[in-house]
Design a protein around this ligand. Structure first.
Ligand SMILES: Nc1ncnc2c1ncn2[C@@H]1O[C@H](COP(=O)(O)OP(=O)(O)O)[C@@H](O)[C@H]1O
Ligand SMILES: [Mg+2]
Length: 219
C-alpha cells in the first residue's frame, strides 16, 4: 500500500529526512514515534504534498502510484477517479456516518466549530475524515492537548475507520494514544531516519526508557 523508499527531504535548505524507508501494507496501522524535531511532521507534510518541502532523493508511492508526482489536491477524492457525490446521497452518507460516530445530526447544522466544546470539535474532525473516506490516513500528534474523553472519541472514530483496504500512519511523541489505537508495527524516527522497528511492545519500552539511546545512535 504505502511504500517509502530512501526518502530524503529538506526545508529551508536544511536536510530533515535522511533516508526514510517504510512499508505499510493495506489493513495495517503503523505508529511513528520519536523525539521532538526528529522529522515526524516533515514526513507527514512530504507525504501529503505540502509546499516548502523539497524531496532530494528517494520515492513514495501509494498502491503503486507515485505520490511525489501529484499535487496535494490531486491526492484527494476526485483524483482517485471517484465521482463527486450527489446531494441526496451525500446527506444519506452524512446521517449514517454521524450516527456511527454518535454525533447528533443537529450538530451538523450549526456553523462549523462555532461554540463547540473541545470534544465536539474532535468529533467533527473525525466525522469529516469519515466522510472523506481516505484510502490511507495519516494522523500527526492527534493526541496533543486532548483530555481523556476527547482522546477516546478520536480513537473510537479512527478505529471505526480501520479496515482491510485502508492503511494508517499514526505519528505520536507519546505512547498514550497507542493504548487506544493499537498499532501493528511501531517505528522510531530519530534525526531523519527510522532507527528501530518492532511490535506494540516497542512503544511501551520507549515510554519507560525515553529516546536517549536513539538520539545517540542517530548522531
Ligand atoms: N519551515 C521550517 N524551516 C526551518 N526548519 C524547519 C521548518 N520546519 C521544520 N523545521 C525543522 O525540521 C526539524 C524537524 O521538524 P518536525 O518534522 O516538525 O519534527 P517533529 O514533528 O518530529 O517534532 C526540526 O529541527 C525543525 O526545527
Ligand atoms: Mg511534529
Amino acid at each position: 500500500m504505502l511504500n517509502i523508499q530512501n526518502l530524503h527531504a529538506r526545508v529551508e535548505d536544511k536536510a530533515i529526512l535522511k533516508g526514510v524507508t517504510l512499508d505499510v501494507p493495506a489493513g495495517e496501522v503503523h505508529a511513528i514515534m520519536g523525539p521532538n524535531g526528529a522529522g515526524k511532521s516533515t514526513l507527514s507534510y512530504v507525504l501529503t504534498g505540502r509546499g516548502g518541502y523539497e524531496v532530494t532523493e528517494g520515492s513514495t508511492s501509494l498502491n503503486g502510484e507515485d505520490l511525489l508526482a501529484l499535487d496535494a489536491n490531486e491526492r484527494q477524492r476526485r483524483a482517485r477517479g471517484e465521482d463527486e457525490i450527489a446531494a441526496p446521497a451525500f446527506l444519506k452518507l452524512a446521517r449514517e456516518k454521524a450516527a456511527s460516530l454518535k454525533i447528533d445530526f443537529e450538530m451538523l447544522k450549526r456553523g462549523l466549530n462555532v461554540g463547540f466544546s473541545g470534544g465536539e470539535k474532535k468529533r467533527m474532525e473525525i466525522f469529516q475524515m469519515a466522510m472523506l473516506s481516505p484510502k490511507f490516513l495519516i494522523l500527526d500528534e492527534t493526541d496533543s492537548g486532548l483530555d481523556i474523553d476527547a482522546l477516546k472519541i478520536v480513537s473510537e472514530g479512527v478505529n471505526a475507520l480501520r479496515g482491510p483496504e485502508r492503511g494508517m500512519l499514526v505519528i505520536t511523541h507519546y505512547q498514550r494514544l497507542l493504548d487506544y489505537i493499537k498499532p501493528d508495527r511501531v517505528h522510531v524516527l530519530a534525526a531523519g531516519r527510522i532507527v528501530a522497528s518492532g511490535g506494540p511492545e516497542l512503544a511501551l519500552q520507549l515510554e519507560a526508557e525515553g529516546y536517549d539511546k536513539y538520539a545517540s545512535a542517530a548522531a
